[in-house]
Design a protein around this ligand. Sequence first.
Ligand code: SAH
Length: 543
Amino acid sequence: MKLPIEKNQRYEMFIEDIGIHGEGIGRIHGFTVFVPDALPTEKVHVLVVKVKKHFAYAKLLEILEPSKDRVQPKCPVATKCGGCQLQHLSYPAQLAFKTKKVKDHLERIGGFSDVEVGFAKGMQDPWRYRNKAQFPVGGETGEPKIGFFANHSHRIIDTETCYLQNEINDTIVSMIRAFFTEYEITLYDETIHRGLVRHILTRIGKQTGEIMVCIVINGKHLPHSEVLVERLRSISGMTSIVLNKNTAQTNIILGEQVHILWGKPYITDCIGDVVFEISPLSFYQVNPMQTQILYQTALDFADLHGNETVLDLYCGIGTISLFLARHAKHVFGVEIVPEAIADAKNNAMQNHIENATFYAGAAEELIPQLYAKEALSADVVVVDPPRKGCDTALLDTIVQIQPKKMVYVSCDSATLARDLAYLCQRGFQLERVQVVDMFPSTVHVETVVLLSQQKPDDTIEIDLDLDELDATAAETKATYEEIKAYVWDKHHLKVSSLYISQIKRKCGLEVGQNYNLSKPESAKVSAKKEAAIMDALKHFQMI
Ligand code: SAH
């Protein structure tokens, strides 16, 4: 079949929409084309670089008619670096984009029509908001490259400053850069797994001004580290300088072993009036100003009066739990990483909070077990899962617990919509939805949702608009081969048809008969592949 457009040809086109990765979407002769860096309402001149069966990618050559929302990116490497996707979009338009993304997902995946989504709560000054930086390190000995990975690749873009990071990082990085050059420290090359320094990680306490520098090495020692320590100590606020040993051939940044070069093993920071100890390995929200707003929204939705039992599932180092504990009778936190639970217990102790108890374990295993054994009860359940959302075993138990309220904090509105549909078919009612912008200049969206529990005889049914879902799927339905090709191109991962069918089924999509057969445990989709397949399904607008 001849496609209506050709690779390496130039076209003029109109951009109609913006995709979930911030790319412009339009049509050439009715054929869907993705154009990174183009914005809705723009007339553009493009070069088609890749043509697939149902869509194509094009490079933006010239903007013939710019959008009124287009702004000049602040950062000179904004279009090359993979960190920011929306710097060319004005901040009010970014907030509108994020609000609409959540509304679209709730409608298309969740089947919720006419849902009111609170306009994204943004920042006064949406720059330099991050409290954690992770700079990949590479290059030849004596010529270090320190910066960020380019879009969809591991090529390091050498960066002098990043406008999302605290300015003090510029001083830290330039000091380390000079040290590497002076002492001819070898730099990691992931293709051959050689070279010493892999990453530089920094953390800064917003309220306390305390700074941590962590050098991640592929080895045991950093030669002349005492010189580096001496220099870094001259920076005001320096509190902790550590080495992290990661000799594994992996994309995971941190290894498990931490060695203190100087100072404390952690820094402290506050959210509200609760103080937290943060070590290199702890999960801690990266935008402290907006975290306060996020948690306050969760607290407002929970509307605690002091006599409630609260479950905080996926609690990390207990940040939400401790924020809520002052307003509740008791909070029980559950988290899968044992070290995070140790931090949570310690944080409770340091803050003299005695009405919080923490358990290490998978929420979807522990909560059903506790419910079965002890008839666990709760007035309010808070969940803050990773991107893949909640496991149905957990959602089923929450339905059984019948809390009066549930607060769902989500970093992925697609899985949020899926889980909300599941809960609302089982007695919950969607009350409020509020978007909070934790990550200006990027496409990431954080949402807080309040659900209330209906009495069993008062259950409401939410109709999933399957017709609409089917129509959407039929329009842009991609084959297994196309999904595989996309996952390979974009994520460099190989996925089988079985994997894809499992994820499709999880997303409520029709799957072929063969793929409906139950498969052995070993076929469980790894989290990374799952995320990549989900990305493809979103990309093809199948979910
Ligand atoms: N609420 C915390 C952390 C949210 S991030 C905060 O605001 O800081 C999500 C957390 O879920 C991570 O700490 C992750 O380790 C944890 N997690 C992932 N899978 C889990 C599971 N199956 N059960 C419990 N916790 C899990």
